[in-house]
Design a protein around this ligand. Sequence first.
Ligand code: KG4
Ligand code: ZN
Length: 335
Amino acid sequence: MRVLGIESSCDETGVAVYDTDKGLLAHALFSQVELHAEYGGVVPELASRDHIRKTLPLLEEVLEQAGLERDDIDAVAYTAGPGLAGALLVGAAIGRSLAWALGKPALPINHMEGHLLSPLLEDRAPAFPFVSLLVSGGHTLLVDVKGVGEYELLGESIDDAVGEAFDKTAKLLGMDYPGGPYLAAKAEEGTAGRFEFPRPMTNRPGLDFSFSGLKTFAMNTWLDSEQTEQDKADICLAFQTAVVETLAIKCKRALKQTGHKRLVVAGGVSANKALREKLDAMPGVDVFYPRMQFCSDNGAMIAFAGAIRQQAFVMQDSPTFGVRPRWPMDELSPP
Ligand code: KG4
Ligand code: ZN
């Protein structure tokens, strides 16, 4: 079965084709980062309009790369939420129309489930069950994953998501949007141990997170400093170390609580090198990630999630559709 996947939940248009026998056949991505950078964040209306411009050309590109005609597609998966309503509606409308025109099923996919399953696209794929740490610009989730669609939320951020905390801290230090990767690069020039940031919510039980205080801490440290490039690098390193250690402490707790030995990390922040090094060093735990390219938003994870779901469970199709800007993962049904 060949599934076309369309991702348009935020500021990346991604299209891909996944074949259940041959694996990923083709994928293409357009990032709107430059479009939003001058505003310092994603402008929803600009995002929607750009998805309209890019989705069909990417679709043609992917079919050509895969050497397929439209009729060769057996199902069309699209991100139905969570995300920006207008942006989601573009992918949903195109995906639904195409599926309807071809007489094939349309599969609404939860974006976070796409991230969660993305490490299964790799040759070294994790077996179930596992604990999943999902760290993106909009979410920070710890999930007990027993199988496809069997997700129990263990913990989440009560305020800023990790990626959001990276981006906001980077912004107040004068870096471009999205600042996460810039902050991580700057941290490499930092002096370890010069500043000590808190590890929020680690000295009480539970698996929830809170990251908004760290950006305030970073801002106060910056304002109290001489504001040299070295001060900036030292603050970036202290911030990143605090985030990474906080995430590692909670992952360890979640693994102990569930008894699982496998940890799967996905979402934009899973590209962070310091985070990977810290988690890889945890004794007795096998850690799995998507390839770097698929840490951030992409169409491959949506095509793949669609294929897995459709293979196990023919989804109910209906001629009407909607999108879900908020769509908690524990509301997903097992296939
Ligand atoms: O998953 P994603 O592409 O989009 C959402 O679904 O939100 O995640 C984007 C987030 C942004 O906040 C970005 O700054 C962050 O991931 N990010 C990083 C790194 N690469 C991307 N944060 C820290 N270190 C990185 N290397
Ligand atoms: Zn995402």
